[in-house]
Design a protein around this ligand. Structure first.
Ligand SMILES: [Zn+2]
Length: 146
């Protein structure tokens, strides 16, 4: 078995271990929360209660959204843990820059350096802005027809 060449050499073994522990703890925490929620959702006493249907739906929707968000995070953490194993952790996926240890400790699933992250957030915002102005334009057109 050939040893994978480590590229994330800006992190010491101790730092990597610390980050890996943090990722594992976060993953476990989310998984525990998910199983709590699933149990709550399946609680038979809860099902028997007469709950306002609309309210019930809204809660279910919220729950599903929460679960999918958490599921997304779990996937992201699993992928990040693979990167740790492969020696690719802590490198920006856009420009290959080394992500500083402090940033990783604050946000262990970070996969972009600050510069690329800000760039991508700016792109998101301008996309959102375009979308909003497009729909506003459409609304204006619809008003024009009336
Ligand atoms: Zn970058």
């Amino acid at each position: 078995m050939g040893k994978v060449q480590r590229r994330n050499s800006h992190l010491t073994d101790a730092q990597l271990k610390q980050l890996e522990d943090l990722l594992l703890a976060q993953k476990e925490d989310i998984l525990n929360k998910i199983s709590d929620q699933t149990q709550y959702a399946l609680d038979p006493n809860e099902q028997k209660e007469q709950v306002d249907a609309a309210n019930n739906n809204r809660e279910k929707e919220q729950e599903a959204r929460l679960l999918s968000r958490q599921g997304f995070l779990v996937k992201k953490i699993t992928k990040t843990l693979q990167d740790v194993t492969n020696g690719e952790y802590g490198l920006c996926k856009e420009c290959d820059a080394e992500i500083p240890f402090e940033r990783l400790m604050a946000r262990p699933v970070a996969d972009m350096c600050i510069t690329c992250k800000e760039d991508s957030e700016m792109n998101e915002k301008s996309k959102l802005y375009k979308k909003v102005s497009k729909s506003l334009g459409k609304t204006a057109q619809e008003y024009g027809r009336i």
